[in-house]
Design a protein around this ligand. Structure first.
Ligand code: TYD
Ligand code: MG
Length: 455
C-alpha cells in the first residue's frame, strides 16, 4: 500500500499542493502553505465498509415531503436578505470587519426569535457569556430566553445542541475561534476552520436547525482564511459600513435559496441596530441642493428602489496626469464615461482632476448610474446647479447612446414618493413604456436617446 503523504494547503484559498511552495499559484498569496495531515480518501471509505446510499427521483420528491416553513427572525431587513427567512437546515455565513456590529445584529435577531417561543442558542468563542449578557442588557433584551454559551470545541457544542429541544437558530460567533478534535492541526488553520464548519453544517442538515456562522474579514474584504467555507455553506452575506457613518448594509453574496441582490439597511444607534425601512430618505438626508456637481440617481438594490446622490468635483489639474478618485463606484466605468463625454458630448475633461463620490457610503454596481454620474460631472465642470427636483437614471453606451434599464416604473415611483417631479431617463423600449403607463402622476419625463441631449 502506498504510504500516506501529507499535503501542503494554502491557508488563504485552500489550494492543495504535494510540495511546499513560496507562492500559491491559485490565489497569488505568498508564504501561505502549511503542511497538514492527509484526510482518508475513497479507498479508505471502502475499507471501512461504506454503505450504499439511496437514490431519489427528482419528480418523485415533490410528494415525499413538504418543505418546512422558513424561520422569520422578526428583523424585516435581515429576512429580506435571507430571501424571506432562514431555510431550516441551512447554514448562513455572515462576514464583516471587526466592530461593524455582527454580534449586535445577531444577538438582536436571537432575542426576537426567542421571544416567539423558539429555542435559540448563541455560542460565543470570543466573549464570555457574561459579556454577551451585558450587551444584551444594554440593548434591553436581557429578558429574552436566549441560551448563551462560551465554548470553542465543536464536539462539545454539538453535544450541547443535540440535548433537549431542536433549536430553531444557532449562532456561532465566530467560526475562526472554533476547533474540532477530528482535525489534527493548530486552531485557526484552514483544516481546523473547515473541519469545524463541516461538523456544524452536518449538524444543521441532520437536525433541521438554522446555523449562522460569523466570519471575520481581512482588510481587503475577504472572509479571513477560509474562503473554502464560503463554498460549503448555503448562503453568504457581508455586513458593511464605514466608521464615519452610522448605517450598515447587509449584502447578499451567495444564496442557494433566494435572490442575491437584496440588501438590508440598518442604523447603529446607542440602543443597537435599528432597521431602516426607507433607505432613500436616509441616503438623501443632509443633501445640499444648492451646490453644483450633485445629481440624484434613482437606483435599484434587488427588488427595492433606492435613491442616492452622486457627487462630482471637476477642477483644472496642475499635474501632467490628472487625478481620478472614485468612492462607491467602479473607476474603470468613470474612465469610460469621461471618454464618452469627450467623444460624443464635446465635454473636455482630459486636463481636469475628477473626484466622484456616492454619498452616504453606498456602493453602486448598476450601469444605470451612468447618466446620473455624467450629469454630476457636467454640472461640476460648468458650475451649474442641477434642478433640486430632478432624478437621473440610464446606461450610457460607448457610442453615447442612452440605453433603457429595467424597472423604470419602480424607480420613478420611489422618486415621486420622495418629492421629485422631474426625471431624465432613457427613451426606447422601457423608456417609452414607462412614459406611457408607469409614470406616476405629476412626474415630468425627459426621455432622451443620446448623451448629447442630456448635456
Ligand atoms: P459588535 O457587534 O461587537 O461588532 P462585531 O461583532 O462585528 O465585531 O459591535 C461593536 C460596535 O458597535 C462598537 O464599536 C460599539 C457599537 N455599538 C453601538 O454603537 N451601539 C450599541 O448599542 C452596541 C451594542 C454597539
Ligand atoms: Mg463580535
Amino acid at each position: 500500500m502506498a504510504k500516506a503523504r501529507s499535503n501542503f494547503i494554502c491557508q488563504s484559498c485552500g489550494a492543495v499542493s504535494p510540495r511546499w511552495q513560496g507562492k500559491c499559484e491559485a490565489c497569488g498569496e505568498w508564504n501561505s502553505f502549511v503542511e497538514e495531515a492527509p484526510t482518508s480518501g475513497i479507498g479508505a471509505a471502502a475499507a471501512r465498509g461504506a454503505k450504499k446510499g439511496r437514490i431519489f427521483a427528482l419528480e418523485g420528491l415533490s410528494g415525499e415531503s413538504k418543505p418546512a416553513p422558513r424561520v422569520l427572525s422578526g428583523l424585516a431587513e435581515l429576512d429580506r436578505v435571507t430571501g424571506g427567512g432562514f431555510v431550516p437546515g441551512s447554514v448562513l455565513l455572515i462576514g464583516g470587519e471587526p466592530g461593524i456590529g455582527k454580534s449586535t445584529l445577531l444577538i438582536q435577531a436571537c432575542a426576537m426569535l426567542a421571544r416567539k417561543g423558539e429555542r435559540v442558542v448563541y455560542i460565543s468563542g470570543e466573549e464570555a457569556a457574561a459579556q454577551v449578557r451585558l450587551r444584551a442588557e444594554r440593548l434591553g433584551l436581557a429578558d429574552a430566553p436566549v441560551e448563551l454559551a462560551a465554548e470553542t470545541s465543536v464536539e462539545d457544542i454539538i453535544a450541547t445542541l443535540s440535548a433537549g429541544r431542536r433549536p430553531a437558530l444557532v449562532v456561532i460567533d465566530s467560526i475562526q475561534t472554533m476547533w474540532t478534535d477530528t482535525a489534527d492541526a493548530t486552531a485557526g488553520t484552514v483544516t481546523q476552520v473547515r473541519g469545524a464548519a463541516q461538523a456544524l453544517i452536518r449538524f444543521a442538515k441532520l437536525s433541521g436547525a438554522c446555523v449562522i456562522l460569523v466570519g471575520h474579514v481581512t482588510k481587503d474584504g475577504q472572509i479571513a482564511g477560509p474562503r473554502v467555507v464560503e463554498h460549503m455553506v448555503d448562503a453568504v452575506a457581508s455586513f458593511e459600513g464605514d466608521g464615519s457613518h452610522h448605517f450598515r448594509i447587509l449584502r447578499n453574496v451567495k444564496n442557494r435559496f433566494g435572490p442575491t441582490d437584496e440588501i438590508g439597511v440598518f442604523e447603529m444607534t446607542g440602543g443597537g441596530l435599528t432597521e431602516v425601512a426607507n433607505p432613500s430618505a436616509l441616503f438623501l438626508a443632509g443633501r445640499d441642493g444648492s451646490a453644483a456637481g450633485a445629481a440624484v440617481f434613482a437606483g435599484m438594490e434587488g427588488t427595492r428602489p433606492v435613491l442616492v446622490e452622486i457627487q462630482a468635483l471637476v477642477a483644472p489639474s496642475a499635474l501632467g496626469t490628472p487625478r481620478r478618485a472614485v468612492v462607491g463606484w467602479d473607476p474603470s466605468r468613470l474612465s469610460m464615461l469621461v471618454a464618452v463625454l469627450e467623444a460624443h458630448g464635446r465635454v473636455k475633461l482630459g486636463q481636469h482632476d475628477i473626484y466622484l463620490n456616492v454619498a452616504g457610503g453606498m456602493k453602486i454596481a448598476e450601469p444605470a448610474a451612468d447618466l446620473a454620474a455624467a450629469a454630476a460631472l457636467v454640472s461640476s465642470l460648468v458650475g451649474a446647479v442641477l434642478p433640486q427636483d430632478m432624478v437621473f437614471f440610464g446606461e450610457v453606451g460607448l457610442s453615447g447612446a442612452v440605453r433603457p434599464v429595467p424597472h423604470a416604473g419602480l424607480r420613478l415611483k420611489e422618486a415621486s414618493k420622495l418629492g421629485f417631479s422631474r426625471a431624465v431617463a432613457p427613451q426606447g423600449a422601457d423608456g417609452r413604456a414607462s412614459a406611457k403607463g408607469e409614470t406616476p402622476k405629476g412626474m415630468g419625463m425627459n426621455a432622451i436617446r443620446h448623451i448629447g441631449e442630456a448635456i
